[in-house]
Write a protein that binds this ligand. Sequence first.
Ligand code: CP
Length: 293
Amino acid sequence: MKSLVSVRDLSKEQVKNILDLARSFKGGERAVVEGSVALLFFEPSTRTRISFEKACRELGLDTFNILGDNSSIVKGESFFDTLKTFEALGFKGVVFRVPFVLFPYEDLVKDLNLSLINAGDGTHQHPTQGLIDVFTALEAYGDLKGRKVLYVGDISHSRVFRSGVYLFSIFGAKVSVCGPRTLIPRDIGALGVKEVFDSVDEGIEWADLVIWLRLQRERQRENFIPSERSYFEQFGLTKERHKKLRGFFMHPGPVNREVDIAGEILYSEKSLVLEQVKNGLFVRMAVLRWCLE
Ligand code: CP
């Protein structure tokens, strides 16, 4: 039994094992994993929650949903005591999405006799989304060594970026970012990013793959941009910029049309957005199998 709270705990070998497993599930292989899993979602989600639930069903796991205000956390119970409750009830794993950063987490994991799987914690990590993005990029490009990957948008508040930058780097890709300076973390160099583009047009010219991110309004405590309209003009994927892309583009979703990406080209031939969603099922099946076996 293993936990997955941060991708930074995974070696390249372990990432490859998970992605190989996802590939075999996508190819039609099936596996049975016994036990019960709780899906504890304290933040809204469409694709992560539903694909985790579908993945559990595909593997034959008993699945229980605990959403938002329906848990005793609203009565003051701590997150740790909630997890101990699931442990006492014999759950094998808990998939969690929470608005806070779960760090440090090593002691918490050690004190639990169940598998903890992170489906997004605050601005910290979104391991399965990072794995999906690398899996999808590997399918599209074959090899990522030396490939140039550009993340555009709200880098500061993005847990998807923090998981992705590590995973793309271990496959040898060069990761750069672009966005308003107000939304670029001060410690961006420490995260493994060598270059920050102020101009998305220059970034697009540099990149083989561009990943647009949503403005994480729910995590922004102040106004970081003058308006969504000016943001789209400066950093969004417009129809004109779309013509200049020499590779594919991705977005982890949910997309804000005409803020991140022009609606008209969201599902164009250069888009991997729906491939990311499809791959979500297989990557989450692989993570569940890897953690729970
Ligand atoms: N990418 C992602 O986490 O989407 P949801 O919020 O819909 O789960």
